[in-house]
Ligand binder design. Sequence first.
Ligand code: UD1
Length: 364
Amino acid sequence: MKVFLIAGARPNFMKIAPIYRESKDRNVDCKIVHTGQHYDYEMSQTFFEDLELPQPDYFLDAGSGSHAVQTARIMTAFEEVCEKDRPDLVMVVGDVNSTLACSIVAKKMWIDVAHVEAGLRSYDVKMPEEINRMVTDSISDYFFVTEQSGVDNLLKEGKPEDKIHFVGHVMIDNLFYQVKQLEQGADVQPAVRDLKEELGRYGFMTLHRPSNVDSKEGLSTIFKALEEISRDLPLIFPVHPRTKNMIEKYGLNLSKNVIALDPLGFGDALYLWKDAQVVLTDSGGLQEETTALGVPCVTIRENTERPITVEMGTNILAGCSKEGILEAYQSQIAGKKRGKCPPLWDGKASERIWQIIINYWEKK
Ligand code: UD1
């Protein structure tokens, strides 16, 4: 059985790593297709190294562009690959433009599509990811779901129950694997080690959602909240390229206790955030990873497609106002929110996914 595993943007790499690793013990020819949606060393190659991924079998070199341009480039290049080397199944993860582009191409060529992290919904169609999630799920054949809300959403949308599989979370498989690697002495950049030691007590921060960073007003509001928080707790802030572009465009400054860094590799980032007093973020993945490790998290968004992190985990949805962010921060620092690791986030999701896929394949 030949499977194409699709990855393009940073949050995909930690999801395909455990799936790829787990494919090795099975009778599956699993090929990695990197669309090139992210291409900087710190946004891509460093993850292949940290996550022990081999070089991709196909690199589509799509690069940046408007949504239409980027999606079209990925589609055109991926169609060519599928024509030359037709797979039996295309496996897409998450909700980025690469997920959408490759699932559409595959389905139009009558190739089955499996969506890992299916069914999540923010019901906010101003988020490009929400559109990517809805469209991908509307044409997928197999749905691998991380939390109960995903199952409920898919059933509400009329998807067949026997194609929906609540398997846990491949990203958490990777997280537990990487925590162990760190415990066993995996490399961390000396500058990152020194920073952690020097600060002792700190917060960790990431920010890249267009709704937060693309407007001057929104970004300045968040920076004002950060300024106040950083008087109490220094903040380490690896800056996403989109955010860096916007900070330059709007001529904004960060206060001196907000320590801006270039984007970090997986291991370096984990080494810092796992021991942070609090994580402030608008990322989808970090909401979940902090929940899995019990680290307090403040999510700078109005909604989340990952409600289990709020219902059961350590996450507080703060909104994007200064007051909302400060209130959530105070509550986390006071230790008011405790959390538990959600069901099936146990490091075995990839194993379950392959068992199910191989089962389908053998019955075909
Ligand atoms: C994309 C995903 C988002 C994900 C995020 C993680 C979509 C619609 N969005 O958003 O879901 O959370 O990745 O990072 O798929 N850039 C670089 N170097 C790179 C990549 C991007 O400098 O390697 C810059 C470019 O100026 C580009 C901008 O960042 O225009 C935004 O990149 P893009 O991939 O379009 O969207 P992200 O904001 O990264």
